[in-house]
Write a protein of this length. Structure first.
Length: 361
């Protein structure tokens, strides 16, 4: 059992602030993903939980017990690294068993735990092989097995799938989710891959430059981003951003940019006439097709087939929008097409602060 709490955590490396005033609760048995670009502080947070780094300020506690000065081997955590960190001269069995041997477990107990983990991960037939005889996915399973046999209170994972090919990453995501459900322990997972975060997490913590931007469930992070950075970091393709302003007339408030005019919710934009804003629009919230009376129209400038769907770049006046289209849609560069935007799915961000003004209902 492990409820982890960060209270006003600061981590500095000389003059560089890697983590700034982190206050975060990680519930027992939850799967929390620390998400953000390289250098945002997420691995530093993981290392502080493991005891590999000490916080400069603040307190880290497990189930109410402050662990700032507790050595790593007493924290009941297991860490899975990006590089797997397997012993090349030991076979798979001994790599998995190594931590248990160091802790003085009896051979019978070691054997049972190793074989149970190997069976759960589908690597029983590999126990006699050495790491150089394994594929990347097999090595990753061995690294997971080495952590599993410890039966820790906390699993820490630092981009464990980044060295795998795309297809194997998808498979391993599903296996990690199943592993969490089976083990019912706390997982803290670091990644810069938004697909991994959305797939795996119960709760996502989005980081930027050492500062937490938003902590929420995956659905809320995606559909109700708190600022432009969060909105742009999640989603494939990236959210469309269009600079403009809020205007009022007889028909009510609208977002305007040149000839582009999109009706807005009156309650959420009350008193903001003339305010400079950035409109955010996800690719799946734009419909394209035959031009109908009253529709906006644009010209197709790029079509990117992705197998299951197409990403289509459409030039609407001086604005370029990337939208999703079904794989069977017949769209070619140069086509003139109608563009329909769902007003309820618009996001608005203040142009000066990038904070959200209005999001989808």
């Amino acid at each position: 059992m492990a409820h982890i709490r960060f209270a006003n955590i600061v981590k500095r490396f000389g003059p560089v602030v890697a983590v700034e005033r982190l206050n975060l609760d990680i519930r027992d048995k939850s799967f929390v993903v620390l998400l953000g670009p390289s250098g945002c502080g997420k691995t530093t947070i993981l290392n502080m939980v493991a005891g590999l780094e000490d916080p400069t300020e603040g307190e880290i506690s497990f189930d109410g017990e402050v662990v700032n000065f507790m050595p790593p081997h007493k924290r009941d955590v297991a860490m899975v690294f990006q590089s797997y960190a397997l012993y090349p001269h030991k076979n798979v069995y001994e790599n998995i068993a190594f931590g248990l041997r160091m802790r003085g477990y009896a051979q019978q107990g070691i054997d049972r735990r190793v074989r149970d983990a190997a069976d759960a991960l589908g690597i029983t037939q590999l126990l006699d092989r050495r790491p150089h005889q394994l594929s990347g996915g097999q090595r990753q399973r061995v690294a997971l097995g080495r952590a599993m046999v410890r039966q820790p209170a906390v699993f820490l994972m630092d981009e464990p799938l980044s060295n795998l090919d795309a297809g194997l990453r998808v498979t391993m995501r599903a296996e990690l989710k199943e592993l969490h459900q089976r083990m019912q322990t706390t997982f803290v997972y670091v990644t810069h891959d938004q697909a991994e975060a959305l797939t795996l997490a119960d709760c996502i913590t989005v980081m930027r430059n050492g500062v937490v931007q938003q902590v929420d469930a995956p659905d809320s992070i995606y559909n109700r981003p708190i600022n432009r950075f969060v909105a742009g970091f999640l989603g494939s393709p990236q959210m469309n951003f269009v600079e403009g302003e809020i205007a009022d007339d007889a028909t009510g408030p609208a977002f305007t940019r040149g000839a582009l005019r999109l009706k807005l919710d009156a309650e959420r934009t009350c008193g903001r006439h003339g305010r400079k804003v950035v409109l955010g629009l996800r690719a799946e919230d734009v419909e394209i097709g035959a031009i109908r009376p009253g529709d906006m129209s644009g010209q197709v400038v790029l079509v990117s087939p992705l197998g299951s769907e197409q990403h289509v770049s459409v030039q609407v006046g001086d604005i370029k929008l990337i939208v999703r289209a079904p794989k069977e849609a017949r769209i070619a560069i140069g086509d003139q097409i109608g563009v329909v935007i769902e007003p309820r799915r618009l996001h608005l961000f203040d142009a000066s602060t990038d904070e959200t003004l209005a999001a989808s209902a």
